[in-house]
Design a binder for this molecule. Structure first.
Ligand SMILES: Cc1cc2nc3c(=O)[nH]c(=O)nc-3n(C[C@H](O)[C@H](O)[C@H](O)COP(=O)(O)OP(=O)(O)OC[C@H]3O[C@@H](n4cnc5c(N)ncnc54)[C@H](O)[C@@H]3O)c2cc1C
Length: 385
């Protein structure tokens, strides 16, 4: 967002931590999925592809995206659910059905007999988060913008059309404040006197497994459970996994709970043939949602000069180019030129911000899992390792 504005505005990024990316951005699965989210999120993902796929001279044209592929995987008892949840995205050609043999060919680590049906997204791509951050950092530096770390916003007041922002390192003044403070956005909003959006941070746990010698993670797709109970993503010499937890949390430096680590490990062992495998590392991050699960990008309707860029849930990185472009246009007072996207979809004053009844149909792994209720289900017994 900051680097989308820095060419023609004086921009200062105020970051409480010593390094940007310490919280959600540095704890993600680093994937871009075309199929994820309701239609408004899919439109943002699509609109972000050109930027993410382009070569950028500032990072020596290092690719931001690399091929991965993703399979939504169903056991026998989950096939109906998978077909129902993927009806729209299959009709749009975003995913194609594949059978158990094709799943085994693409992901030989799936236990024999576990998967009955898959929906394959060929366009799922890894995002190089480090390269993306370097790109934005270099753009900011080149434009003369300031990236001020160890600088916590403590209070702010509006005087004569200008925000006076008090931080732990001094005062800053600007006509517009952009609230992009992730899980803390409600707190920062209240410093400006803005009404609550009902933003809810939710913890998600990450696990990292080493893979057996001879297994090359570069060739394996991401695998997502049809009911959103886990996913795994092969990467960097191993495999990231999560029990796809969605536990409401206050804003904090999130840590993994042992129960979630155990649950994630169990689910991975049930679905994949990885004898004796245990996570070598675990972490947690917060994904923040408003009621309809769609990001918020726009000026506060009541508080002058206060802009919200929050509630990106589990798609904040893959949608960042489009959201940053939209936000920059609105802040410059221009009509955003993004075909197929209506900025009103993301307005902080849309009814869906606070009304969960306006949540749109979704596939696994974003908001649908907030509706999860415990239920008995047939699950293959994990053979003794
Ligand atoms: C486990 C997990 C997996 C994910 N996987 C993906 C994925 O594969 N693809 C994808 O697109 N997205 C994914 N996401 C979501 C993505 O990480 C987030 O949507 C995105 O990082 C949000 O970015 P942000 O800048 O709003 O939040 P953050 O990265 O949390 O940044 C907010 C910043 O605001 C700062 N801040 C807060 N309060 C103050 C204050 N008072 N003063 C100064 N600074 C302050 C914080 O220090 C923080 O650095 C995942 C998230 C998690 C947790």
């Amino acid at each position: 967002m900051a680097s989308a504005l820095s060419a023609d505005a004086n921009v200062a990024v105020l970051e409480r931590e010593t390094l940007p990316g310490y919280h959600a951005t540095g704890r993600s699965a680093a994937i871009s999925l075309m199929c994820i989210g309701p239609a408004r999120i899919r439109a943002l993902t699509l609109a972000s592809q050109d930027f993410l796929a382009a070569p950028h001279a500032l990072i020596d044209e290092a690719p931001l995206l690399s091929p991965r592929g993703m399979i939504l995987m169903a056991r026998d008892d989950q096939c109906e659910t998978l077909l129902a949840r993927t009806r729209d995205i299959a009709a749009a050609g975003i995913v194609v059905p594949i059978n158990a043999e094709e799943i085994a060919l693409r992901m030989p680590l799936v236990r024999s007999g576990y998967a009955a049906l898959g929906m394959y997204e060929a366009d799922a791509r890894d995002i190089d988060i480090m390269a993306l951050q370097n790109l934005h950092r270099r753009k900011l530096a080149g434009d003369g913008a300031s990236l001020l770390c160890d600088t916590e916003v403590l209070s702010m007041r509006r005087l004569g059309g200008t925000w006076q922002v008090e931080t732990s390192t001094g005062w800053y003044a600007a006509p517009v404040v952009i609230n992009a403070s992730g899980a803390w956005a409600e707190q920062v909003g209240s410093l400006a006197g803005a009404r609550d959006l009902g933003l809810q941070p939710c913890r998600r746990t990450g696990l990292f497994f080493n893979l057996p010698p001879g297994v090359d993670p570069a060739t394996l797709p991401m695998m997502v459970d049809a009911e959103g109970e886990f996913y795994v993503k092969p990467e960097n010499g191993g495999m990231m996994a999560t029990p796809a937890d969605l536990t409401p949390s206050p804003p904090c430096d999130a840590r993994p709970e042992p129960m979630d680590v155990a649950l994630g490990t169990d689910r991975v062992r049930a679905a994949f043939d990885l004898p004796g495998i245990t996570p070598v590392r675990s972490w947690a991050g917060l994904r923040s949602f408003v009621a309809d699960g769609v990001p918020v990008c726009g000026f506060d309707p009541q508080v002058e000069g206060f802009f919200w860029l929050v509630g990106q849930g589990g798609v904040g990185i893959q949608c960042s180019p489009a959201l940053a472009g939209l936000a920059a246009s609105m802040i410059r007072g221009e009509a955003p030129e993004m075909p197929g996207i209506d900025p009103a979809w993301f307005s902080p004053s849309r009814p869906g911000v606070t009304d969960p009844a306006l949540r749109e149909p979704d596939i696994v792994t974003t908001m649908t899992d907030m509706q999860k209720t415990p239920k008995a289900r047939a699950s293959p017994q994990r053979p003794a390792d």
